[in-house]
Design a protein around this ligand. Structure first.
Ligand SMILES: [Zn+2]
Length: 330
């Protein structure tokens, strides 16, 4: 490379347009996915205290929110459901007329162009709040892997039948992508892609989400299935497994504290890669922004740009609509 004084990097930083010409990474609304929370009711917008600007929405309000995001240029939403009743089999998750299935049908009817992705998991639907079937033995409670796979496959199938464009398993059970792929194919949804939460860490940054999705575990924690934040090589094995099992898009979650994982996943596999900027990431910027301690817009855009630079193709963020509007304003 060039040497000073012949090479002066500042030459190309002199004006906004010059900087734009040599910009290596760009943000575009077409990369964004907006997570939304839906529960039964009408005209319901229940605010999430720890996530300003985020609500639990009834299906009619969900439609309005999705339409506004779509209008702003956000191509996709990711749906989480809050059922009226929870049980030990998570039956609300795969009920033909469950809250997600209703929401998907109404979104696809009113906004057929919008990409509707569904979260596939059991925690919101289980009375104990875990992502799998719980077995209580003498030595304590255990989350059973293989029996859970059948339920996850059933959930994914019911979402596809309701019209979901893509399913996104977030449970972190071993073998779930294969089970879901087989079920989708069996039901005739061979063209429905799977975005797997491939490297999902047991993270403190999920705190505010549990209020939003009412999915906090009633006992224990999720460390027996979600990944240890200390591990990177293991994340690559997790991603490799999901790809072998049929994942079309792989996700790293959370995003900002795991940019090294994003980079390695994208570099090693070259697969479409999603970064999930989780609730804690959103809430921290919102809180500091509200206090005037940080510029919310600049900090949000810089964080998302960092995820793109690290290798993310898809950015899942609660700020998706704001971001799309900011990007349009330029
Ligand atoms: Zn879960």
């Amino acid at each position: 490379m060039g040497q000073f004084p012949a090479y002066r990097p500042r030459r190309l930083r002199q004006t906004p347009l010059l900087r734009q010409l040599v910009s290596e990474t760009r943000l575009h609304p077409g990369q964004l996915v907006l997570p939304l929370f839906v529960r039964s009711g009408r005209k319901l917008r229940r605010p999430i205290a720890a996530m300003p600007g985020v609500f639990q929405l009834s299906p009619d309000e969900l439609l309005r929110e999705a339409a506004k995001a779509h209008e702003a240029g956000v191509p996709a939403v990711l749906l989480f459901g809050i059922p009226d009743r929870k049980d030990a089999r998570g039956s609300g998750a795969y009920a033909a007329n469950g809250i997600i299935q209703q929401a998907v049908r109404s979104l696809k009817k009113e906004l057929p162009q919008l990409v509707v992705i569904t979260d596939v998991c059991l925690c919101e639907y289980m009375e104990h709040g875990h992502c799998g079937i719980v077995h209580r033995g003498k030595t304590g409670a255990k989350i059973l892997n293989d029996p859970t796979l059948k339920l996850l496959a059933r959930i994914a199938g019911s979402h596809a039948e309701a019209g979901a464009d893509m399913v996104a398993p977030s449970d972190m059970m071993d073998g779930r992508v294969r089970a879901i792929r087989e079920q989708l194919d069996k039901l005739g949804f061979g063209d429905t892609p799977i975005m797997s939460y491939a490297a999902k860490y047991a993270s403190a940054f999920y705190g505010p989400f549990r209020e939003a999705a009412e999915s906090a575990p009633k006992f224990g924690d999720r460390r027996s299935y979600q990944m240890d934040p200390a591990n990177a090589a293991e994340a690559l094995r997790e991603v490799a497994l999901d790809i072998q099992e049929g994942a079309d898009i792989v996700m790293v979650k959370p995003a900002l504290a795991y940019l090294d994982i994003l980079y390695r996943v994208k570099t090693q596999f070259g697969y479409p890669t999603a970064a999930y900027a989780v609730s804690g990431e959103y809430s921290m910027v919102k809180a500091a922004g509200a206090k005037g301690w940080i510029d919310e817009r600049a900090a949000t855009l810089e964080s998302l740009l960092a995820m793109r630079r690290a290798g993310a193709d898809i950015l899942i963020t609660y700020a998706a609509r704001d971001v799309a509007c900011w990007l349009k304003e330029g």
